[in-house]
Design a protein around this ligand. Structure first.
Ligand code: HEC
Ligand code: HEC
Length: 190
């Protein structure tokens, strides 16, 4: 009996427990990038300029936020016109087209190093696996962030006819876990 188990261990395929291949990891990354490059996310994930976008809805690509909104260094518009003047921090159905979206959190931009707007798949890939440019998260923490952030939840269910990313939040978390298990490969890797 013992010999049989050993023989099976040596000869038998154990594919179910194998780590995913690099190719599988890169395919999972493509799914993640389909979300991180979507306007529901890139409208906020902008760089140091601090100008959010209205890209999407009826505005088309590259439409900057109206009313000269400027997030400033603190990313909430404190030096000029605070985001909360219009985006009140209260959960809302966000059903009225062209009304400012509202969630149960202070509407604000992420820090500039989390910028995704106009970046390539390779760039965002390298950013998201590096704690310096992913808000200091491990892959597990990143998955938890996706599952618990009011911003992310809104991006997948924005209301008022706004388009949504091509895959759902659950699928994004599955893709992130697979990418992590594959060793977070990026197409730019040697
Ligand atoms: C004077 C009111 C006002 C202020 C202040 C304001 N916003 Fe907005 N914002 C709006 C309105 C209205 C919309 C919806 C535009 C539409 O859908 O036609 C909007 C939409 C957005 C969107 C686009 C959401 C999407 O994907 O469709 C982002 C991102 C955004 N605001 C970020 C900010 C940030 C960050 C600040 C503070 C730095 C801010 N806004 C300040 C009124 C405001
Ligand atoms: C209203 C602005 C806003 C929108 C829209 C938004 N985010 Fe964010 N995001 C933030 C802020 C702010 C942070 C920084 C952490 C915090 O303060 O919660 C952040 C951080 C993150 C992080 C962790 C840091 C990093 O970049 O690795 C991830 C992942 C993330 N967002 C994913 C998304 C995804 C996916 C979408 C679209 C479905 C999205 N966000 C839409 C504001 C936004």
């Amino acid at each position: 009996m013992r010999g049989l188990v050993l023989a099976v261990l040596i000869a038998g395929p154990v594919t179910a427990q194998d780590a995913p291949t690099k190719a599988q990891g890169l395919a999972a990354w493509d799914d993640i990038y389909a979300v991180t490059s979507h306007p529901r996310c890139t409208n906020c994930h902008v760089g140091a300029g601090g100008i959010p976008m209205w890209n999407g809805l009826t505005y088309g690509a590259d439409a900057v936020h109206g009313m000269r909104v400027q997030a400033g260094e603190n990313r909430v518009g404190a030096e000029t016109m605070p985001c909360r003047t219009c985006h009140i921090g209260v959960a809302s159905a966000n059903a009225i087209p062209h009304a400012p979206p509202m969630i149960d959190d202070a509407w604000r931009l992420p820090p500039p190093e989390l910028a995704w707007l106009d970046k390539s798949s390779e760039d965002i890939c390298e950013q998201l696996r590096d704690p310096e440019t992913n808000d200091g998260f491990t892959m597990d923490e990143l998955a938890t962030h996706l599952e618990t952030s009011a911003f992310v939840a809104w991006g997948f269910d924005p209301g008022a006819g706004r388009s949504v990313p091509p895959i759902g939040l659950d699928e994004m978390v599955v893709a992130l876990n697979l990418w992590a298990a594959a060793g977070t490969p990026c197409a730019s890797d040697p």
